[in-house]
Design a protein around this ligand. Sequence first.
Ligand code: S3P
Length: 198
Amino acid sequence: MLTFTPEQRRQFAEDIDGDYRPKTNKTIVLVGLMGSGKSALGKRLAVALDRAFIDSDSIIEQESGLRIRDIFELSGEKKFREIERKIILRYLQGPAIILSTGGGAFCTPETRAGINAHAISIWLDATPKILLRRIGNTSSRPLLHTGDPLQILANLRQKRLSDYQQAELHVRTGRHSRRLSMKKILNILEQNSYIEAL
Ligand code: S3P
């Protein structure tokens, strides 16, 4: 569970216009490709709604004592998906939080079904070019190591589209600022009566 320092809270709050409170006691799960902003925006959403923030990749690393890329290398993607599924399903049973998931989590049918049954899912989407620009250094993203990262991201987006489309809400995090992306996320949550402006 990530707790923010007062300085982080202040910094994240700068990207949030207005005051909001949740009207749902469901967890909000952010899904989408690497670089779509799940962690950066998830932390801000957690501050906006005064909820705890969890990043499933960080929990996997903490609990296994290994980095994601080492799990891929030592045990393979299938094993990683299994660990990922167990951790996400476990957090879905707990109190309402903001949960940021690894980019492929929502593409594992059981994980997706669990999220859709217990939580509100938001698909954060952007073009491969924007995703790659945001990712920057690809060293911690094992799936981008097997060829041209831009092409891999484009292929992954195509391959995963039909899974991501099963998320309940869809927000495009384009070229614009985090502040604008936050506005879009808060707006769509408000329109769907999951939060209210104070
Ligand atoms: C993956 C995305 C990564 C991480 C792992 C696999 C994917 O998470 O879970 O490298 O399959 O797209 P981020 O989306 O947080 O980079």
